[in-house]
Write a new protein. Structure first.
Length: 655
């Protein structure tokens, strides 16, 4: 009974097993239906029926593309064209069949991606959202072309863009993603796809040049604003000359030029050329000096390096009241003291030097004018003339001899307060320089030009000969004849003393018409008055000017002309003499001889006021002798002398 039960159970198991095998499916491991496989390789495969590994019979269509090899492997042939292969596994015991299809593709040597028939591998493809599009088509191309039969497309950011098996990219948001296409054998090509709004305009603002080591920025202006939000990509054609950062910051690294480009996401590009130059690094002042007020000297400047651009410097004086400096570096002293001069390059590099400006000693001082005639209530200005002109000892003090006539301030400004005459004593701050005299004649309203003035006239020589010896000047041991010798005309034989009196009387008439009070030392020829007495007559009369009229004589019979001899040590005499000389020659037509200073005449040396000895012509010249005897010519000489006196005392010519 027990044996029968065991036999029945065994029979039941055998039946169940046969039943299961008859209805089991074949499972193939190592192959995937619809998948592409690289040619020229072995695939490890195994089959399971009912969960148990078992052997099957394999068939391939076409059979040249694949075959079953020993060792439970499928051998894929080395084919040139992609081939679809149908593989069938047959299990005899269960009469089961499993069929699947694979693609066998040749090895890809390279792969490229295209968009709109242009290669875009490793580039960026831009989609302008303003055009209303949401996607774009990419294509792959392999070498050999059959290797393109099985390409796998992937996106690095599915939230931005997804890609189909055929390479169509669909954008889901603004942004960018990397789309990759891979061959069966692992060859890969990528392209960056970006969706945004395209830039319509692009403008860049950048400096034309930068100094080496200097930083700046390139500014990109993009429209519309949606495109601007994407930013731009900056690039330098020569990063070792001028580098540029992602944000447009540029740095000059060495001398040269570089093209900086700015490119929008949509490919719009603008460029600018920027020069990098070597800046001034050092400014040196190579010399130092001290100068006197009024002097100038140039600073010597060295700018380094020699190859630097913009090497010119500008100069500034920090103490312009002490010294000034011009654009070429010439420093001119203005006043005693210390001055700081700064030399600066355009980039601010500078150097400075301190210089001493020394005072200039006063050597002498004169007055531009020595006399003024003004009405009551009028004014005048004393103008000292310093020597040298750049002296720093320029302070003067002024005192009026008669404040009831005129007052004067510390600057030499005179105010006339009453009629009369006064002297303004002008004293330099240097006590060793003698004071100067500025004489003033204050007139009533509507007075004649020379009113208030006393003019002394000394007709030279006399009929009586007096050769007694008198001191040439006060306190002098040297002597001269008491009265100058009278000469005679070479043709007319007329004596000098007669002609000088004639000219003097004409002169008296002209001066009195101008309002002057005239004092004569003689009015006749038969007198005996020596030259000291003549000078004293005019001194006592308070003459403002003494004129001694004479005629000349020379061994040179052709010598001719009018000359004036001024009191030697008196500057005012010299000033009056030049004006009288010029006017006398202008009016009379006489040849003008040079003004001279003389201390050889008693009359001049003993005169207390400005004094002139006027030689009106040469009696030794026959032609001039005749003219000097002419009343008309004598009157012209007198008129010219009077006009000279007028011009000096009024400060303006009579004409």
């Amino acid at each position: 009974m027990k044996k029968m039960i065991i036999s029945a159970l065994f029979a039941l198991l055998m039946f169940a097993s046969a039943f299961l095998c008859a209805h089991a499916e074949i499972e193939i491991q190592g192959l995937e239906d619809g998948k592409a496989y690289l040619s020229n390789q072995y695939l490890n495969v195994s089959t399971l029926v009912g969960g148990e590994k078992t052997e099957c019979t394999w068939t391939f269509s076409p059979d040249y593309a694949a075959r079953y090899s020993s060792g439970k492997k499928i051998r894929l042939a080395d084919i040139e064209n992609a081939t679809e292969v149908t593989i069938t596994a047959y299990h005899k015991a269960s009469d089961s069949v499993k069929t699947l299809t694979i693609f066998v593709v040749p090895e890809a040597k390279r792969i490229n991606l295209f968009h709109n028939n242009k290669s875009v591998t490793n580039q960026t493809v831009f989609l302008d959202l303003a055009e209303g599009k949401t996607g774009l088509q990419l294509y792959s191309a392999t070498s050999p072309s059959e290797a393109n039969a099985a390409i796998t497309w992937t996106s690095s950011d599915e939230a931005v863009a997804s890609v189909t098996e055929s390479g169509y990219v669909t954008f889901h948001a603004i942004g960018k993603s990397i789309i990759s296409a891979s061959t069966v054998d692992g060859k890969k090509a990528s392209v960056t796809v970006k969706a945004s709004f395209a830039a319509k305009t692009l403008e860049i603002i950048a400096p034309e040049e930068l100094a080496v080591g200097e930083k700046s920025s390139v500014i990109a202006i993009v429209t519309p604003n949606e495109a601007a939000q994407d930013g731009v990509v900056f690039k330098s054609s020569k990063e070792k000359v001028i580098s540029v950062s992602e944000t447009g910051e540029i740095t000059a690294l060495r001398i040269g030029k570089a093209v900086i480009s700015a490119t929008t996401s949509s490919g719009l590009t603008r460029e600018v050329t920027i020069e990098s130059f070597l800046p001034v690094q050092t400014v040196q002042i190579r010399n130092s000096f001290s100068i006197k007020v009024g002097q100038s000297e140039q600073l010597i400047i060295r700018v380094l390096p020699k190859e630097a651009k913009y090497r010119s410097v500008t100069f500034v004086s920090l103490n312009p009241e002490i010294a000034t400096v011009d654009k070429d570096g010439f420093v001119t002293g203005i006043a005693p003291g210390t001055v700081t001069i700064i030399a600066s390059a355009s980039n601010g590099v500078s150097a400075h030097v301190s210089l001493e400006i020394r005072p200039v000693k006063l050597e002498g001082v004169t007055l531009s004018d020595h006399f003024a005639t003004i009405p009551v209530g009028g004014s005048a200005q004393i103008q000292p003339v310093f020597a040298p002109v750049n002296t720093t000892e320029r302070k003067m003090s002024y005192i009026s001899s008669n404040p009831a006539v005129a007052i004067v301030d510390e600057n030499g400004n005179i105010a006339a307060v009453g009629e009369g005459k006064c002297i303004i004593y002008c004293q330099s701050e240097r006590g060793d320089i003698p004071p100067l005299l500025f004489r003033l004649n204050v007139q009533r309203e509507n007075a004649l030009p020379l009113e208030g003035l006393v003019i002394g006239i000394n007709p030279g020589c006399q009929e009586t000969i007096n050769r007694s010896q008198l001191p040439l000047s006060p306190n002098s041991d040297k002597t001269e004849d008491a009265v100058l010798q009278s000469d005679k005309g070479v043709r007319t034989k007329n004596a000098e003393y007669k002609l000088t009196l004639d000219i003097s009387l004409y002169l008296k008439e002209h001066l009195e018409k101008l309002g002057a009070q005239v004092v004569m030392t003689r009015t006749s020829n038969d007198v005996n008055i020596n030259d000291i007495e003549r000078a004293e007559i005019l001194n006592k009369a308070g003459a403002d000017l003494s004129l001694s009229i004479h005629l000349n004589d020379s061994d040179d019979k052709k010598a001719a002309g009018f000359t004036a001899r001024a009191k030697y040590s008196d500057l005012e005499s010299q000033a009056i003499g030049q004006i009288v000389l010029e006017n006398a020659c202008r009016v009379s037509g006489a040849a003008m001889k040079k003004l001279s200073r003389s201390n050889s005449y008693i009359f001049l040396n003993w005169s207390n006021m400005p004094a002139l000895l006027l030689e009106c012509g040469y009696l030794s010249n026959a032609e001039e002798d005749v003219k000097l005897n002419s009343p008309v010519y004598q009157n012209l000489l007198a008129q010219g002398i009077a006009e000279g006196v007028y011009e000096y005392f009024t400060g303006m010519p009579i004409r």
